[in-house]
Design a protein around this ligand. Structure first.
Ligand code: ADP
Ligand code: NA
Length: 307
């Protein structure tokens, strides 16, 4: 194939994710068991998940140069989580293996698609700060992606290290929980979904929520599910980006796919509006397929959908 003279390959976005890796243990059953009850389910599968690992895999599949900082346990799941990240092209040099179990998410999905989930943090709970070398890894990145599935001391340590080195911090405030003092002061881009935005701002209207959040961070993207997203930055008119039409079969990790792709596009220097459209295409693709990390699109698929 001939090389295009008009579209030079952009420099690869360099992304570090500091976050959780969980083994998702998903049981599918027509009716979920009530307390004290045993039911026979239809199927079971184990897949690598956790918001940190999902964002890392999404960014790598979207074409980023991605490195993962976190912890897995000494159980059988540890090597499988590491292999899932490696297999997606995510660098796992800074991923430590610690005594005890890996993080798990125990998920029961009923016949109506509703789920009930127990997350046991396991090894993720040991990430209360940065290990030797982590700060150098962060300093070499263009962006650090953070979520709230690690101990908040660990999240804060990562964000502060990034801030010290002028590395852009992108925080997904999920699962919704009160933020530690000072975290938003070292957050450059906050990406809540509409529920998280409401919880953080006390405003249910996304535009009002974004206005409140802009008092604490310079840029906000509120994701709105099938309604797309709203981008807001200080001193600019808010920008609404509609979702692409999609036959949604599984919206698990739509937000993580969005954030991973957005970080790649921004890291390549694309204008914000174009980056948002590209991330919107990536997440539309992810909702059309079953699964979390397995449903995340690769770069060529995103390009085709965004065109
Ligand atoms: P989260 O998974 O964090 O709750 P959202 O549900 O807001 O995140 O979804 C993130 C993004 O995924 C949205 O901004 C949108 O672009 C895309 N998306 C989500 N649901 C759909 C859908 N049903 N159809 C098309 N795109 C969707
Ligand atoms: Na999400």
């Amino acid at each position: 194939a001939g090389r295009s003279h008009t579209s030079e390959a952009p420099p690869r976005a360099r992304i570090v994710v500091l976050g959780s890796a969980n083994m998702d243990l998903a049981a599918y059953t027509r009716v979920a068991p009530a307390r004290g009850e045993t039911v026979t389910g239809e199927s079971f599968r184990t897949v690598a998940g956790g918001k940190g690992a999902n964002q890392a895999i999404a960014a790598a599949r979207a074409g980023g140069s991605v490195c993962f900082v976190g912890a897995v346990g000494e159980d059988d799941f540890g090597p499988r989580l590491r292999a899932a990240l490696d297999g997606a092209g995510v660098g796992t040099g800074p991923l430590r293996t610690v005594p005890g179990p890996s993080g798990i998410a125990h998920i029961v999905v009923d016949g109506e698609g509703h789920n009930a989930i127990v997350v046991v943090p396991g090894a993720n709970g040991t990430v209360t700060g940065l290990a030797d070398g982590d700060e150098d890894v962060i300093a070499a990145a263009g962006a650090l992606l953070l979520q709230l599935e690690l101990p908040l001391d660990g999240v804060l340590a990562g964000a502060r290290a990034a801030h010290r080195h002028g590395v852009r911090t992108v925080l997904t405030p999920a699962p919704a929980r009160p933020l530690p003092d000072g975290l938003l002061a070292v957050t450059d881009l906050l990406v809540p979904n509409e529920h998280e935005a409401a919880a953080l701002s006390g405003r249910s209207d996304p535009r009002a929520a974004a206005r409140v959040l802009l008092e604490a961070v310079p840029e906000v993207v509120v994701t709105l599910g099938a309604a797309g997203c709203l981008y807001a930055a200080r001193g600019r008119e808010p920008l609404a980006v509609p979702a692409l039409p999609a036959k949604a079969v599984d919206t698990t990790a739509a937000g993580d796919t969005f954030v991973g792709a957005l970080a790649v596009a921004l890291g390549e220097g694309r204008p914000t509006a174009r980056a948002l459209e590209w991330a919107t295409a990536a997440s539309a693709l992810s909702v059309e397929r079953e699964g979390a990390s397995s449903s995340m699109p690769v770069r060529a698929e995103i390009d085709a959908r965004a065109a």
